[in-house]
Design a protein around this ligand. Structure first.
Ligand SMILES: Nc1ncnc2c1ncn2[C@@H]1O[C@H](COP(=O)(O)OP(=O)(O)OP(=O)(O)O)[C@@H](O)[C@H]1O
Ligand SMILES: [Mg+2]
Length: 257
């Protein structure tokens, strides 16, 4: 039986034009990638190599200028409830409580209000914020805001989660804890995840496969399947060895991640 990818880039190219400056940037060039259902893929690469552009194309916010991008075999024509994005900076509604921020996304769904609240509480509990449902966003730390943003998206239950350096702005300890929690959440609720990070160690701890993009224009430089048992210990020899191998592969391309 042939398993079809849930997301697929075929010779994907993206060119940005600046009409005022009469200048063009080739962000992605002939990128081929297939991502399968419930796979956790981490995308790593030097700054400016097109990682965010790739996520935006998966999200339907941007469109290819060459090649094609498919979801379950059909071209992606725009954003949809089947794909949700977690950005580096969480954007919560400052006038709503933590709980209301989560139920807000569910309000247009044909489910009773009590069920929406139950779902919101469940996902808040899952990210460890059960006691903060009545807090306002300004009362939360950066990590707690990001957890709220993640709970909001998990409650929407999209088939595909697109995460653009979601923990990049956090301190090392919060980042480590959130990585641990994300591993546990993903184990309990498997989903297709495309996770952009600059941190190779984080990528190895989270991913089924680490995809390395080459510098602009972004293409696949290398792919590393990670078959270590979960939960993964970032201090283990196996993680260390893989990290060394991946970092060494960057010697072939100009900039480090
Ligand atoms: N809307 C846009 N208009 C013009 N150029 C753009 C636009 N968005 C991205 N680019 C260009 O495309 C290239 C890839 O940008 P992108 O943001 O995808 O990189 P990135 O890999 O996410 O970088 P970083 O790691 O710094 O976040 C860059 O040269 C950038 O200047
Ligand atoms: Mg980016």
């Amino acid at each position: 039986m042939i398993i079809e990818p849930i997301l697929e880039c075929r010779n994907l190219g993206k060119r940005f034009g600046n009409h005022v400056m009469r200048h063009e940037t080739l962000a992605l060039g002939a990128l081929n990638l297939a991502i399968f259902e419930n796979e956790f893929v981490c995308v790593v690469g030097p700054s400016g190599c097109g990682k965010t552009t790739l996520l935006n194309i998966f999200a339907g916010f941007e469109f290819p200028t060459a090649g094609e991008v498919l979801m379950a075999g059909k071209p992606i024509l725009g954003p949809g409830p089947d794909r949700c994005v977690v950005f580096q900076e969480p954007s919560l509604f400052p006038w709503l409580t933590v709980l209301e921020n989560i139920t807000f996304g569910l309000d247009h769904r044909p489910i009773p209000r009590e069920e929406r609240i139950r779902l919101a509480r469940y996902y808040l509990f899952l990210v460890g914020l059960g006691k903060f449902e009545n807090a306002m966003p300004h009362e939360l730390s950066g990590g707690m805001k990001q957890k709220t943003a993640i709970a909001r998206i998990l409650a929407l239950d999209p088939a595909i989660l697109l995460m653009d350096e979601p923990f990049g702005a956090l301190d090392a300890l919060s980042k480590y804890r959130l990585d641990q929690e994300l591993q546990a959440i993903w184990a309990a609720h498997p989903k297709t995840v495309v996770f952009v990070t600059h941190c190779i160690e984080e990528a190895i701890c989270l991913a089924d496969r680490v995809v390395i993009l080459s510098p602009s224009p972004g293409r696949i430089h290398a792919e590393y399947p990670i078959d270590l048992p979960r939960p993964r210990d970032r201090f283990s020899k196996a993680v260390n060895r893989l990290q060394r191998e991946i970092i060494t592969s960057f010697a072939d391309i100009s900039d480090p991640p």
